[in-house]
Design a protein around this ligand. Structure first.
Ligand SMILES: *Cc1c(COP(=O)(O)O)cnc(C)c1O
Length: 396
């Protein structure tokens, strides 16, 4: 199908929730994508941190094919071997003493976390505790309650009335001020994915974790974007040396097959029928995730992941130093990185220029270029991406 016809069909039949780029990708391999005109792109976005093991990964493809041929779905009314294996693997690799529930997306994983917090608040304390504190510039999803959990007023323009009980803190230090006798949990990202890619300070996070423990308020970490080795460890919580009560994850977990997970040390918080999902944790998505975790675990063990992080970071830092009049700062954690651009206009120009030059870069917040390459990206792919960026930057 020609690109114009496709574009028209998309406009005619798909709801207009996305301001799409005018490109039609037809094939991918590693960190490379190819559009219908044969143009090649280096993908520094990975479908927003989803394609963690790259495009067209042979091992992942094989695992998906093998499972699909056998069984895709039976429902959670019956035992599901890859689901149980995946839960065990996530728990063991993380070192956190938890149990896992599988959903289909980040928002749905966070919905699970909110329900855990509410049930915990109902059962622990003299008062029914229901308030959940979240942070300014956070992002937790697009469902009605995760939208309300997202502390960005511009996202609450329509869709009300929202569920009650969300309280916003300005920053980490402001969280204790917002705790009341009806607070049950704090939900936060350790590196805000949509809020500018600035990692929170480790000592401040640890201090807050201690305060929350003393006050019997749950610490829930949204690792939908930071999770699954994006930070260099399975979870960013491990990098921060904290033990959250609840962790949610999703994006990179099954390399592109939809999946979400919420895990908690409150192992018996839910009883049968308290929570559920028709698709969540089915044979296909959990088999894909098992293979992804195997690939990434090996990548980490061999030292390759850490080398890639160092290499990619160095490239970005060099770029920042070289063009300090454009990029004011290099920020991030692991392979979740950002370049602070001097203003929004320049950022828009930069993103358009890199796209034209054949590199996919994302945006975060008001003035940050966001880089989320696949975790298995090669040196050669990184070099090629940065060469193309350098080639177009002079024209900004
Ligand atoms: C992407 C994202 C979500 C939402 O995930 P969906 O799969 O789009 O529902 C939630 N929290 C964070 C931190 C995210 O990056």
């Amino acid at each position: 199908m020609g690109q114009q016809d496709l574009k028209q069909m998309d406009l005619d039949f798909v709801l207009h929730t996305y301001a799409r780029n005018d490109v039609h990708f037809v094939k991918g391999s590693g960190a490379r994508l190819y559009d219908s005109k044969g143009k090649e792109y280096i993908d520094f976005g990975s479908g927003i941190a989803v394609c963690s093991v790259g495009h067209g990964n042979a091992r992942l493809t094989k695992a998906i094919y093998k499972q699909a041929k056998n069984l895709i779905h039976t429902s959670n009314l019956y035992l599901i071997e890859p689901q149980a294996r995946l839960a065990k693997k996530i728990v063991e690799l993380s070192g956190y003493d938890m149990r896992v529930f599988f959903a289909n997306s980040g928002a749905e994983a966070n919905e699970g976390a909110l329900k855990i917090a509410r049930k915990f608040g109902e059962e622990n304390g003299e008062l029914k505790r229901y308030q959940i504190i979240t942070l300014d510039s956070s992002f937790h999803g697009r469902t009605i309650s995760t939208l309300k959990a997202t502390a960005q007023n511009k996202m609450h323009q329509y869709f009300g009335p929202f569920p009650d009980g969300f309280v916003y803190a300005k920053d980490l230090n402001d969280v204790p001020n917002k705790i009341s006798n009806v607070t049950c949990a704090v939900l936060l990202e350790l590196v805000q994915g949509e809020g500018g890619i600035t990692p929170f300070d480790k000592a401040e996070v640890q201090k807050l974790a201690k305060i929350l423990k003393e006050k019997n308020v749950l610490l829930m970490v949204d690792e939908v974007q930071t999770g699954i080795y994006r930070s260099g460890e399975l979870f960013a919580s491990q990098v921060y040396g904290i033990t959250p009560d609840v962790i949610t994850t999703a994006k990179g977990l099954a390399g592109g097959v939809p999946i979400g997970a919420v895990m908690t040390s409150l192992k018996d918080i839910f009883a049968p029928s308290d929570h559920g999902s028709t698709f969540g944790g089915n044979f296909l998505s959990t088999s894909a995730a098992l293979e992804v975790l195997e690939i990434l675990f090996e990548h980490k063990q061999s030292g390759e992941l850490d080398k890639t992080i160092t290499y990619f970071t160095q490239k970005l830092q060099d770029l920042q130093k070289h063009y300090a009049e454009i990029f004011t700062q290099e920020v991030g954690l692991g392979l979740m990185r950002g370049l602070r651009v001097r203003d929004l206009e320049t950022l828009t120009k930069f993103l358009n220029a890199t796209f034209e030059a054949g590199v996919l870069v994302l945006k975060s917040g008001k003035n940050t270029a966001r880089f989320l390459p696949s975790l298995t990206i090669t040196r050669e792919e990184i070099d090629e991406g940065f060469l193309r960026i350098e080639s177009c930057i002079a024209h900004l």
